[in-house]
Ligand binder design. Structure first.
Ligand SMILES: Cc1ncc(COP(=O)(O)O)c(C=O)c1O
Length: 325
């Protein structure tokens, strides 16, 4: 009995102990599971916090960058509008001074500017209002970039008889030494121009005129390829000049890049160009030579990129010896 009891007690004790042990273990195990779940949750929450902090820092950077871009764009578009207003005002004032003609070069050498239809319409309106002529140099008509299109002012309303369009073989057919060109003008104007031309030069060399006539019969592909070729060279030179520390005015047409040289700390453009030629081994044109007031261009120089790729790349290597401040 006692044994039985004992047995029962032992068994009971054992069983009870086992149950108690199991209960304890399972409570302990449960506690451990809960703890490790909380630890896991904490680690996940921490890493989420870090992720969010990083994302917030990135967002803050983005917001700051966008704010500064917006401010810059607002300022420069206000300046641009101001500049356009001032330019149109200045042009109108110039026309009021008994102006007989305006000489316009688009696409432009040296700036690479391509006048828009809107700008040309404004100039045409002044020509009509003040009964003035537009004499245009359109020698880079086929060399335009970024989808820009050259518009002859002569094609605008009531401009056929108010325009003298000047063009040449030089740039379109890469024959700059030929000096063969042409003028398109209304019959009365053309008659006077022919007379003056006859007295000045008599005429262009006959074989060059024949070759020019043949070149002018080339199809559209030729002109497309020409613009594509120069577009590639423009990208190369812009990259080279920016790497060397020049601030570039991105050309929309022609094959020149005007640059700001103020970062190099030279007294003026002529001194800098001399240094470029003699010490670096790359030639450019001083900006002052393009301004009525030379001082306006004293921190600018013009590069030309109608060159072979090897030549441009070799110039790029040499220009890396410059040290902008
Ligand atoms: C705007 C512009 N017009 C005219 C010329 C010279 O034309 P051509 O070679 O027919 O004399 C140049 C050449 O540099 C030029 O840049």
């Amino acid at each position: 009995m006692a044994i039985g009891l004992l047995t029962a007690v032992v068994l009971g004790a054992l069983f009870g102990s086992a149950l108690a042990w199991l209960g304890l273990r399972s409570r302990q195990a449960g506690t451990h599971v809960r703890l490790s779940m909380i630890e896991k949750d904490l680690a996940a929450a921490r890493s989420e916090l870090v992720r969010q902090q990083e994302a917030n820092a990135k967002l803050r950077e983005q917001v700051a960058a966008l704010e500064s871009t917006l401010q810059h764009e607002r300022k420069s578009s206000a300046e641009k509008l101001d500049l356009i207003d001032r330019a149109t005002e200045e042009l109108r004032e110039a026309f009021q001074l008994h102006t007989k003609a305006i000489i316009l070069n688009t696409p432009n050498n040296p700036t690479g500017k391509v006048f828009s239809t809107k700008e040309l319409e404004f100039i045409a309106s002044l020509c009509r209002e003040f009964d003035a002529l537009a004499i245009t140099d359109e020698i880079y008509e086929h060399i335009t970039y970024d989808g820009e299109r050259h518009v002859p002012i002569m094609t605008l309303p009531d401009m056929r008889h108010r325009s003298i369009l000047v063009n040449s073989m030089s740039k379109t057919f890469s024959v700059t030494g030929w000096r063969v060109g042409w003028v398109v003008a209304a019959p009365d104007l053309s008659e006077s121009i022919r007379k003056v031309h006859d007295f000045l030069t008599v005429g262009a060399a006959a074989p060059l005129q024949e070759a020019s006539a043949l070149a002018l019969s080339f199809g559209d592909d030729y002109y497309r390829q020409l613009a594509a070729e120069y577009s590639g060279r423009r990208d190369v030179i812009l990259n080279i000049l920016e790497k060397a520390g020049f601030q570039c005015y991105r050309p929309k047409g022609a094959y020149y890049v005007m640059t700001d040289i103020s970062r190099f700390g030279f007294a003026d453009d002529v001194t800098f160009v001399r240094y470029l030629i003699e010490t670096i081994g790359v030639a450019a044109v001083p900006g002052s030579s393009f301004y009525q007031n030379p001082l306006d261009g004293s921190q600018q120089i013009r590069f030309c990129f109608c060159k072979k790729y090897e030549t441009l790349k070799s110039a790029g290597r040499k220009l890396l010896h410059l040290s902008p401040q």
